[in-house]
Design a protein around this ligand. Structure first.
Ligand SMILES: *[C@@H]1O[C@H](CO)[C@@H](O)[C@H](O)[C@H]1NC(C)=O
Ligand SMILES: *[C@@H]1O[C@H](CO)[C@@H](O)[C@H](O)[C@H]1NC(C)=O
Ligand SMILES: *[C@@H]1O[C@H](CO)[C@@H](O)[C@H](O)[C@H]1NC(C)=O
Ligand SMILES: *[C@@H]1O[C@H](CO)[C@@H](O)[C@H](O)[C@H]1NC(C)=O
Length: 315
């Protein structure tokens, strides 16, 4: 075989790998990946399936298009990941994900117009990660939340809509990461996190309308990161009973009780590295010398009258 023939064969083999059996003409398939993001011209709908044998292709990315609907029968079979980030989706057929019911583990949407948790999620039996950013959800579809809850380990809902009192949290029994930022949360039901007391390591409820730390947070024993900034919290008595807390973000709240703060932070004396307490209502420095690992402690923009009221310590 000549060298030229050899390279020709290699190139053909590579192109074959790149383009054969790609389920959509407008997309590119590389290894297990169906790449349909930011197509040119931009996609306004999911294109027609041209191949039904998509074995080996497990990840589908439709991000950064202008797709408004996902109808049933439009997606390849047995996918494990699907991304619809940055698409103005408003319609999702109830059977849209039926061809990946037992395989789908990760599903993402953002900048979409959905106002309820889609019924299409109802029978997904392997979902581990659900990400929804910038949506207008007001109907949390309890039946769906109840069905997907038991398998989900990462739930990210940021500016996802309104959930003043997320009672559906009870159904999520395996969470490790929970982000519910900017969802107009006023309260969290007692015991909502009881079942994840030992598994949850990251919790964020930033940019909500909390006035106290929800009592169920006190139960979290494995928590490493707690983010509660930009609320209206004055009562911090339910900080978690975890000796693993590394990051605590409480800035932009309404906290003033330095003694309670010192008392509560004591249990993190060997773990806490970053603490933000800026933009609160402290009138004196809290006693926090016992925090043996602390690297960043921000107390700026309080009402502390001592000389260094704009203290920002990098210790
Ligand atoms: C589907 O494609 C794979 C390789 O991509 C092949 O091994 C398999 O036989 C095909 N199945 C059918 C039903 O054509
Ligand atoms: C909740 O808090 C946000 C600011 O974080 C505020 O804009 C909104 O008006 C509050 N909602 C209610 C109902 O008070
Ligand atoms: C913040 O705390 C002060 C007292 O420290 C209280 O008067 C005020 O109403 C609180 N504001 C909110 C939004 O809870
Ligand atoms: C942290 O606090 C515990 C209980 O008060 C104490 O036994 C331990 O020695 C403290 N650790 C450090 C590094 O000060």
């Amino acid at each position: 075989m000549t060298i030229a023939t050899y390279f020709w064969l290699c190139t053909m083999a590579m192109l074959g790998k790149l383009f054969a059996d790609c389920p959509y003409q407008a997309c590119i398939c590389v290894s297990d990946f169906i790449e349909c993001s930011a197509r040119s011209p931009i996609l306004t709908e999911i294109p027609a399936l041209i191949s039904t044998n998509t074995s080996g292709l497990t990840t589908l990315d439709f991000s950064a298009n202008q797709i408004t609907a996902i109808h049933s029968g439009q997606l390849p079979q047995k996918l494990t990941e699907m991304s619809f980030l940055e698409n103005p989706i408003t319609t999702i057929d109830d059977h849209a994900f039926d061809d990946s019911l037992t395989t789908l583990e990760k599903l993402s949407f953002s900048n979409c117009g959905i106002t309820r948790i889609p019924t299409a999620l109802y029978r997904l039996s392997s979902l581990k990660m659900l990400h929804i950013f910038n949506a207008r959800i007001t109907e949390w579809n309890t039946d769906v939340m109840k069905n997907i809850g038991p398998t989900v380990e990462e739930l990210y809902l940021m500016n996802a809509g309104l959930s003043p009192n997320p009672d559906w949290l009870l159904y999520f029994e395996r969470l490790k990461m929970l982000i519910l930022d900017g969802c107009s949360i006023f309260s969290v039901p007692d015991d909502a996190l009881h079942k994840v007391a030992k598994t949850l390591t990251h919790l964020s409820l930033a940019n909500n309308n909390l006035t106290t730390i929800p009592s169920t947070i006190a139960e979290l024993r494995s928590l490493q990161v707690l983010v509660l900034h930009r609320n209206f919290i004055s009562d911090i008595s339910s900080l978690p009973n975890s000796d693993q807390l590394v990051t605590l973000s409480l800035h932009n709240n309404n906290i003033s009780d330095v003694h309670l703060l010192s008392d509560k932070l004591q249990s993190y004396n060997e773990s806490l590295i970053t603490v933000s307490l800026n933009n609160n209502f402290f009138v004196e420095f809290p006693h926090l010398d016992f925090l043996s690992q602390v690297g960043v402690l921000d107390l700026s923009h309080n009402q502390i009258s001592n000389a260094n009221s704009d203290l920002f310590r990098g210790l």
